[in-house]
Ligand binder design. Structure first.
Ligand SMILES: CCCCCCC/C=C/C(=O)SCCNC(=O)CCNC(=O)[C@H](O)C(C)(C)COP(=O)(O)OP(=O)(O)OC[C@H]1O[C@@H](n2cnc3c(N)ncnc32)[C@H](O)[C@@H]1OP(=O)(O)O
Length: 721
């Protein structure tokens, strides 16, 4: 786990060996303590280099050890790092690949740091609900100053070696063999005084108006944290570094970490870390899997339809370095799209510092231009008739073997596949707007989709920087299917006495980026209205009598339809569930009109408004969504709860520190979720989405196992279907 050798005559070389990322598991910590001791007591050794095997310095503490305190045996990190810093021989960290979390804290305990030019460093503990509690919160501000340390520690972002050099975080950047460079460096500094190299002896560089700086940062962090506690603790820890002597600062770091370490938020965030990796190991009901299905390379792709989604997809593809054919048949949209894509690419290049990808895109107004591409993504208007026609044309125009993908958000992927000569080469690629920014990609396979194609698309998603989740085909797939009962409950609560702001506030306090009604205003009320009209659900004027609030035997709220009849489509019209200064503006303000609109509506339907509590808003909206999540699992549409949770965290603004809806249900207690659903279902017999799903009952009957054990129960339920 830790290898020791003497190199170049007088340098003790310690190599961390713990695949996959040389994480600091107990045996590694043991190894470090032993080998450092060995090097320091060997008179032939004049200096020491610490490196990691396989081109990776260290990915930090072993996160798996955090799951149970019982795993936290072995030498603790803090004294281990202190003994390195206190050593009387220079210790140099040779950073290849990356130094993250405890890995960087180990490097900060060394007297010198040399990084490879492609290496990255960071303190991402905050993303795991923690803080850099192996001295990182105290050493980093002393080394690089309070403002830069605050930025790194509160965001957890990884920085390049070049940025680290500029900040003074590393002493040298090597272009070639970093270990060789570190050994050479170690030889050159042997015997030199280390007094000025021990960071814990440093004072933080002074900051003018320090109180104002911390107040300002704390304010910003509170706003962006949306209820997460770790970023706030990170600010408090850095403040301790700036105001207290090192030992007292370390004590403060320890106290703050003690609160975070056992918190539900840390559990949720660490669950998300592993869940994100679980979903990469996809499987299909046929048994096809990520490790047995091989894709083939895509060199040239096409996008059909250059509306908002098509433009974003074009940019996302071009930014991966692919050649892209962008097709739009309507002249006006074609001209606008070319300009918009070009602007988006320029902004992206500026943001990332990478070269412009313009040259990779060719534009065409004819579908014939896609004849030689390897993969097509259709992004035309959400209309089954239109999409079917496009797929028929694509099947005729494209070379055999071309993968055909649709960016539909709800429509039946299998029905589209059946329009083509090779239905096995069709899948859904459900992007989220804006497609070049949003991280989530739902990859929707049908019963005939080939595993090769799923492998290709999952890989392509990864290249585009997306978190791709493979899901089965059903209306709305996973994300939008679960969103429907959530939204429905929000509408029903309006009818029963709530206001849009009351509901949104409850959801935002829970941690959602935006409440249901603000989201509806942003995406446009007319989108759903069009779909409902096509489905024959809309009765002009909202209908009257009992039928007005019932469709196909289940409760229906015509509120959204009535809003649309008044031209209130949301932000785009300057009026929706909220009012806006002007069309397109984003600053939502409560609209007094809504009060009389709802009063008149309730009077017309004989509804008496009652007081709705935040708790009821959360229980009805979230438990209805979670209940649908259990149905999704029961139907085999998602492979496991991790898939659902990652979809919600990355695509729907679900607060990451609550771990996703299914993890949240587990945290609340499945028996409580079941009891509340039973309660609400009894009170609302015309809302079948509140009827507890049988999988939920089964899980409760099985003793409410933790989320990572659900798959066993799900397997049994599915085999009985
Ligand atoms: C009271 C106690 C006091 C203790 C004080 C402790 C203070 C220190 C805390 C920490 O250090 S917390 C950990 C901080 N480090 C991180 O957050 C880094 C996490 N890892 C990553 O960001 C990435 O893995 C990477 C290092 C950038 C590499 O990315 P890459 O894309 O190359 O690989 P992945 O697929 O992400 O990971 C491969 C494999 O490795 C597992 N893994 C990664 N990091 C860790 C880790 N720190 N601990 C345990 N396991 C780790 C990851 O889960 C993957 O495994 P599989 O899931 O595929 O089996």
């Amino acid at each position: 786990m830790t290898q020791y050798s003497r190199v170049s005559g007088s340098v003790g070389l310690i190599t961390l060996k713990n695949p996959p990322v040389n994480q600091l598991s107990a045996v590694v910590r043991h190894g470090i303590v032993d080998t450092v001791q060995k090097a320091l007591s060997d008179p032939k050794v004049k200096s020491v280099v610490i490196c990691g095997q396989n081109g990776m310095f260290c990915g930090g503490a072993d996160i798996k050890e955090f799951q149970t305190l019982a795993n936290m045996r072995g030498p603790p990190l803090i004294p281990m790092i202190h003994s390195i810093e206190a050593a009387d021989k220079p210790v140099v960290a040779a950073i290849e690949g990356g130094a993250f979390g405890g890995g960087l804290e180990l490097a900060l305990g060394c007297h010198y740091r040399i990084a490879h030019s492609k290496a990255k460093v960071g303190l991402p503990e905050v993303t795991l609900g923690l803080l850099p509690a192996a001295g990182g919160s105290q050493r980093l501000p002393r080394l690089i100053g309070v403002p830069a340390a605050l930025s790194l520690i509160t965001t957890g972002r990884h920085i390049t070696a070049a940025e680290a050099l500029q900040l003074g975080l590393v002493d040298q950047v090597a272009d070639h063999n970093t270990v060789d460079a570190a050994v050479k460096f170690a030889l050159s500094v042997a015997g030199q005084s280390l007094d000025a190299r021990r960071i814990s002896n440093f004072q933080c560089p002074p900051v003018p108006n320090m109180d104002a700086l911390f107040e300002d940062v704390m304010q910003k962090v509170r706003t962006t944290a949306r209820g997460a506690i770790a970023p706030i603790a990170c600010v408090q820890a850095v403040r301790a570094a700036a105001t207290l002597p090192y030992t007292q600062g370390m004590q403060r770091e320890k106290e703050l970490m003690a609160t975070l370490f056992t918190s539900g938020q840390a559990r949720a965030l660490q669950y998300c870390f592993f869940a994100q990796r679980v979903v990469g190991r996809w499987s299909m009901p046929s048994g096809a899997r990520w490790d047995t299905s091989k894709g083939r390379p895509i060199h040239k792709a096409a996008v059909i339809g250059l509306g908002t989604m098509g433009r974003g997809i074009t940019v996302a593809l071009a930014q991966t370095g692919l050649s892209v054919v962008a097709v739009e048949t309507q002249e006006k949209q074609f001209m606008e799209a070319k300009k918009a894509v070009s602007n988006m690419l320029e902004r992206g290049a500026k943001r990332s510092g990478k070269p412009l990808a313009h040259g990779k895109i060719t534009y065409s107004q004819s579908l014939q231009a896609v004849a030689d591409v390897d993969l097509v993504i259709e992004a035309v208007f959400e209309d089954m008739g239109l999409k079917k026609k496009v797929f028929q044309q694509l099947s005729a125009v494209c070379k055999p073997g071309t993968f055909l993908c649709t960016n539909t958000s709800t429509l039946d992927v299998d029905e589209l596949a059946s329009q083509t000569h090779q239905p096995e080469l069709v899948v859904g690629m459900h992007f989220f707007a804006p497609a070049h920014i949003m991280k989530l990609l739902e990859v929707v396979y049908g019963p005939r989709s080939s595993p090769e194609l799923v492998a290709v698309v999952m890989e392509l998603g990864k290249k585009m920087g997306k978190v791709s989740v493979a899901v089965g085909n059903c209306r709305g797939f996973v994300g939008n299917r679960m969103l429907k009962p959530y939204r429905d409950q929000a509408y029903f609560l309006l009818e029963e006495g709530a206001t849009p702001q009351l509901i949104d506030q409850a959801l935002e306090e829970f941690g959602f980026a935006m409440g249901a009604f603000k989201v509806s205003d942003l995406s446009g009320l007319d989108v759903g209205w069009k779909v409902r009209k096509e489905e024959g659900l809309v009765q002009p004027g909202g209908g009257s009598g009992k039928s007005a609030r019932i469709r196909n035997g289940v409760r229906y709220s015509p509120l959204g339809d009535l809003m649309c009849e008044q031209g209130r489509f949301g932000q785009k019209t300057g009026r929706g569930w909220y009012q806006y200064d002007k069309p397109g503006s984003r600053d939502a303000r409560p609209d007094p009109w809504m009060h009389s609109f709802l009063e008149e509506y309730r009077a017309r339907h004989g509804l008496v408004a009652r007081r709705i509590s935040n708790q009821e808003v959360l229980e009805r909206c979230l438990y209805a969504m979670i209940n649908e999540g259990f149905r999704v699992l029961e139907d085999g549409i998602a492979a496991g709860p991790e898939d659902i949770d990652i979809i919600y965290v990355f695509g729907y603004g679900w607060p990451r520190h609550r771990g996703g809806p299914m993890f949240y249900a587990n945290m609340v207690g499945l028996e409580i979720v079941l009891e509340r659903l039973e309660h609400y279902a009894q009170a609302n017999p015309d809302m079948p989405t509140l009827q507890p799903c049988s999988l939920l009952r089964k899980l409760v009957a099985s003793g409410s196992p933790p989320v990572n054990k659900w798959k066993e129960v799900i397997k049994n339920v599915r085999s009985q279907l």
